[in-house]
Design a protein. Structure first.
Lengths: 113, 115
């Protein structure tokens, strides 16, 4: 069956460091992968989309990589700030194409000042 | 741009009553809206896909007679939880996508508590 795995343990880092979150998937061949941020009691907010033919994508302090051989995406936040503390979700299009997303359980990031 | 609102943000209802949740795309026309449910510390679970002017497509295991979805216009979709029970208590979130785009824009969510 198709699975998306994100580290269930919270990631605690010091302000200014780079946070790296991992998303692994099995039994998928997604055309694209997305990352979202979710704050407690709020809906997710779209951050980045990376397509299968893209190795890396950047947006300000965010960087996403996509390795379709390893079936893994890495999400980096450079120069992290306490305001970056949130849960980060990766999402894949179900069945590999279309517009229905399947979400990972998310990883909690805590940035301490 | 791409703002989605939900109303109400919180609702408490008694067991056996029905509750309607509205999802609106404020600054764009959404041909497709999605309804999710999220339990504490769990991921979002897709409940149904709503297309304007047609019947919603429900995911396996979701009772369509219990969770009524109406997508009457390109900016409004509603989810009605009928004959609510305590096990229906959850965080319900809608999202919308623009035609031709893959990213989804989420509403702020509705916390439903059934007593």
């Amino acid at each position: 069956s198709q699975k998306i795995e994100q580290n269930s343990e919270a990631l605690n880092i010091q302000e200014g460091k780079t946070a790296t979150l991992t998303c692994n998937y099995t039994n998928y061949s997604p055309a694209y992968l997305q990352w979202y941020r979710q704050d407690p009691g709020r809906g997710p907010v779209f951050l980045l989309l990376i397509r299968e033919n893209e190795k890396e994508k950047r947006k300000e302090r965010l960087k996403v990589t996509f390795d379709t051989t390893l079936k893994q995406s890495l999400f980096h936040i450079t120069a992290s700030q306490p305001a970056d503390s949130a849960t980060y979700l990766c999402a894949l299009v179900r069945g590999g194409y279309g517009n229905k997303l399947v979400f990972g359980a998310g990883t909690i990031l805590r940035v301490k000042s | 741009g791409a703002v989605v609102s939900q109303h109400p943000s919180r609702v408490i209802c008694k067991s056996g009553t029905s509750v309607k949740i509205e999802c609106r795309s404020l600054d764009f026309q959404a041909t497709t809206m999605f309804w999710y449910r999220q339990f504490p510390k769990k991921s979002l679970m897709l409940m149904a896909t709503s297309n304007e002017g047609s019947k919603a497509t429900y995911e396996q295991g979701v009772e369509k007679d219990k969770f009524l979805i109406n997508h009457a216009s390109l900016t409004l979709s509603t989810l009605t939880v009928t004959s609510a029970h305590p096990e229906d208590s959850s965080f319900y979130i809608c999202s919308a996508s623009l035609a031709g785009e893959n990213e989804q824009y989420f509403g702020p969510g509705t916390r439903l508590t059934v007593t």
